[in-house]
Design a binder for this molecule. Structure first.
Ligand code: SD4
Length: 338
């Protein structure tokens, strides 16, 4: 029979062993380092989104509130891409995916959500008011309604209607690379037909707290029920306060294949800069896809816990927006396939 003293001694030894193991280092919450706020988001839609985030984070607000408010700007921009103005699935219905994560490993997401204007806010409610991390389809909508989110009419935006009618002529599933970049849209800046669109945003606030958000209408003309990377914690988004955060855009299936955002955070934990980590994740996708890599786009953004940012894309055409003041700066990303 172990005595009480022996039990306490062995427990203490066990705890000491745990503290020395790398696992314990991962699990311990990091003390946030106060500094200047930084926001980074995907694509040029990030310019308006970052301005929305800056209104919160600039005057000293919480990173989580900033990443929610920021991408809500994009969800409301009907002419853009994300949210109910996005392209539908192959049955003609817009279904939305989103997720959010804070600096304490709290996270929430929704997938296949219909007729709700701000999926990112529903994702936050899932995080804060349910014991779960992901709600899908009808259940996600029921939850949203129970939380007071209004049910919007089931209808396509004028652009989406046009794009869907055009798509029905061939019904071929061929996502267009870089269609999220407004310069690449066939009808010019904001308002052309979009194929797949996402905004992902990462923010570090003045108190050193990190958060991230991601919201999308997913790949246009996807199969009904298809879920991409964007609502999946670890694929489309991941935040670890001891290291940093990362997020993805592009062909979701290929992000999920490598658990992209989590991989990047782990690479940063091993010492890579955010830029190096994003590049290494892209190289992994390129190696997996081989000759087919040129047919897709995938891009990542990342931020370290001290506010260093980075981004990298599989191919040309990805841009991202960084804010360290109230004026966002749009940058072209480096890319792998030359
Ligand atoms: C998806 N990753 O549903 C999303 C699409 C996307 O910019 O990022 N579009 O696979």
């Amino acid at each position: 029979m172990p005595t009480r003293r022996k039990f306490l001694q062995s427990s203490a030894a066990g705890l000491a062993g745990l503290a020395a193991s790398p696992l314990a280092a991962v699990a311990l919450p990091a003390a946030p380092v106060a500094g200047k706020p930084v926001v980074i988001s995907t694509w040029d839609a990030g310019v308006n989104a970052n301005k929305g985030a800056w209104k919160v984070i600039g005057p000293g607000g919480y990173a989580l509130d900033a990443v929610e408010a920021g991408v809500m700007v994009t969800e409301s921009e009907q002419g853009c891409c994300v949210g109910l103005g996005g392209n539908p699935d192959r049955d003609g219905i817009v279904t939305l995916d989103a997720c959010i994560m804070d600096e304490k490993f709290n996270c929430g997401g929704v997938a296949g959500l219909e007729r709700i204007k701000h999926p990112i806010s529903v994702a936050r409610r899932v995080m804060e008011r349910t014991p779960h991390v992901l709600l899908v389809g009808e259940g996600a909508q029921q939850f949203a309604v129970s939380q007071g989110f209004p049910l919007e009419p089931q209808q396509l935006s004028a652009d989406a209607k046009k794009a869907y009618a055009e798509w029905l002529k061939t019904s071929k599933y061929q996502p267009v690379v870089n269609i999220e970049n407004s310069k690449s849209r066939p009808t010019g800046p904001v308002g052309g037909p979009q194929n797949h669109d996402t905004i992902a945003m990462l923010a570090l606030d003045a108190q050193g707290r990190l958060s991230g958000s991601c919201t999308t209408s997913g790949m246009a003309f996807k199969m009904r029920g298809r879920v991409g990377d964007s609502p999946l914690i670890g694929s489309g988004l991941f935040v670890d306060p001891a290291v940093g955060a990362a997020a993805a855009t592009g062909q979701g299936e290929d992000v999920v294949r490598i658990a992209g955002a989590h991989l990047i955070v782990e690479l940063m934990r091993q010492g890579r800069t955010p830029q190096q980590a994003c590049k290494e994740a892209i190289e992994r996708i390129a190696a997996i896809k081989g000759a087919k890599a040129k047919d897709i786009q995938v891009a990542f953004i990342a931020i370290s816990k001290t506010g260093q940012t980075g981004a990298y894309a599989l191919q040309k055409g990805f841009n991202f927006t960084v804010s360290t003041t109230d004026t966002p700066v749009l940058r072209d990303s480096e890319f792998l396939l030359k």
